[in-house]
Design a protein around this ligand. Structure first.
Ligand SMILES: NC(=O)c1ccc[n+]([C@@H]2O[C@H](COP(=O)([O-])OP(=O)(O)OC[C@H]3O[C@@H](n4cnc5c(N)ncnc54)[C@H](O)[C@@H]3O)[C@@H](O)[C@H]2O)c1
Ligand SMILES: [Fe+2]
Length: 390
């Protein structure tokens, strides 16, 4: 009998204000000196200072590093890991979106394992899961990185994104506090929402999907659909922010299980080559990639269409329903100001030349229920440009 494997992630606490527990949590781990990592935007929002105060209130020393950049590079990860070694920290705290959390996951990996970062591009290399613990405090509702086993970094030697997956990149705890997302600007809120949608759709359609990941993913889509617009237009709404943060967290939980699929293969390629925010790339590629795999997932496509309020006839073909659903998703992201591909790459031929070879090599392409070949890549790009020109 085929079993439905489901990996339960780490202890998580969810709720408004929960990030203020960080000092007590580190004290329970007997931490004496913690590295706290974040980026400039999170710093400007005034979030790290409050969290650092909570840690210091427990008598724990803090080494602060606010140097993480968007789409963090291998160079940044190695530099911060070296600082952490020299400072002999005994815990790592990440405050931020996927960039800060992923960089911290890779710093944790380097602190607990011998070898250089590049060694772990080989996903068969064993990773020690424990040693110096890492606590993730997400401040965007998008990647769900606090709940997933894997970090995405930019390999500067190849100009491509690398996903390092394994037990060594798993946070040891997550404090998921929707209050921290109140300051996320509308543009970032909108883009990140479509990362959530892409994770859920990919986890429903990937070749690693199962009934448990699907149940969670459908709920993530329901929450995202019901709250993304309000989170963008009324960022002070704690209800909308909470629903989006929960949807994001659920997306992270399913990622560790069902992985992602073609939309993320293209999103990684576009992010690495054109430095477009990850959520924007996800929005751009979700419609065509959903259509690309539709024939493999007829029942699931119907459920997704219903959750996204896409009307269809019961006797309609899966391809036609997927086409309508792609149109819905395109309208959804355009309605909250997420740009189309032509804002970044005006020419479809260039997009094909640049993106397809990189997307085909991305690990997420291997989880697609329909192989990504050159012809398939061209079809996805053509459909994405067709939507953009409407
Ligand atoms: N590990 C995973 O499972 C996973 C999944 C998807 C994407 N990713 C990766 O995550 C990265 C993208 O993460 P992201 O979309 O969260 O973006 P991000 O972390 O780069 O943050 C986007 C911007 O928002 C700002 N910001 C974050 N929180 C804020 C707040 N509360 N108030 C004000 N500004 C705030 C940041 O400073 C930054 O400028 C990419 O590298 C992507 O490849 C990882
Ligand atoms: Fe993503």
């Amino acid at each position: 009998m085929k079993s439905n494997f489901f990996f339960m992630p780490i202890p998580q606490y969810f709720g408004a204000g929960i990030s203020m527990e960080i000092g007590a949590q580190l004290a329970q781990l007997h931490s004496k000196k913690a590295l706290v990592m974040y980026d400039k935007g999170v710093e400007a929002a005034g979030i790290p200072s409050k969290i650092v105060q909570c840690i210091q209130a427990e008598g724990i020393l803090v080494v602060q590093n606010g140097d993480v950049e968007s789409d963090p590079s291998d160079i940044t990860v190695k530099r911060i890991a070296e600082i952490a070694r020299q400072e002999q920290v005994d815990a790592v705290v990440a405050i931020g979106g996927g960039s800060s959390i992923d960089a911290a996951k890779c710093v944790k990996l380097l602190l607990n394992n011998s070898g250089v970062l590049e060694d772990f591009y080989d996903l068969t290399r064993p990773q020690k899961p424990s040693g110096i613990p890492m606590i993730a405090i997400p401040t965007t509702s998008g990647t769900g990185s606090e709940a997933s086993k894997g970090g995405v970094i930019t390999d500067t030697s190849k100009g491509q994104k690398r996903t390092i997956i394994g037990p060594g990149t798993m946070p040891d705890m997550a404090l998921v506090d929707p209050e921290l997302t109140l300051s996320v600007p509308p543009k970032v809120t909108a883009a990140c929402a479509f990362d959530v949608l892409a994770h859920a759709i990919d986890a429903i359609t990937s070749n690693m999907t199962n009934p448990i990941t699907q149940a969670i993913s459908y709920e993530a889509i329901r929450l995202m659909k019901g709250s993304y617009r309000q989170a963008v237009e009324d960022g002070a709404s704690l209800q909308a922010r909470s629903d989006m943060h929960l949807a994001s967290n659920l997306g992270g939980i399913v990622l560790s299980n069902a992985k992602c699929s073609v939309s993320h293969a293209f999103a990684h390629a576009m992010g690495a080559l054109y430095h477009v925010p990850h959520g924007v790339c996800c929005a751009i590629f979700t419609p065509a990639c959903l259509e690309y795999v539709a024939d493999q997932r007829p029942e699931e496509i119907r459920k997704i269409a219903k959750l996204l309020d896409t009307p269809f006839r019961e006797d309609e073909s899966t391809a036609s329903i997927a086409w309508r659903t792609g149109e819905t998703i395109h309208k959804m992201y355009r309605s909250v100001g997420v740009p189309d591909i032509i804002e970044y790459i005006p020419d479809a031929a260039e997009a094909k030349r640049a993106l397809i070879p990189v997307a085909k090599q991305d690990i997420m392409a291997t989880f697609s229920p329909r192989a990504l070949d050159d012809a398939g890549g061209c079809w996805i790009i053509d459909r994405t440009f067709e939507l953009a020109r409407q």
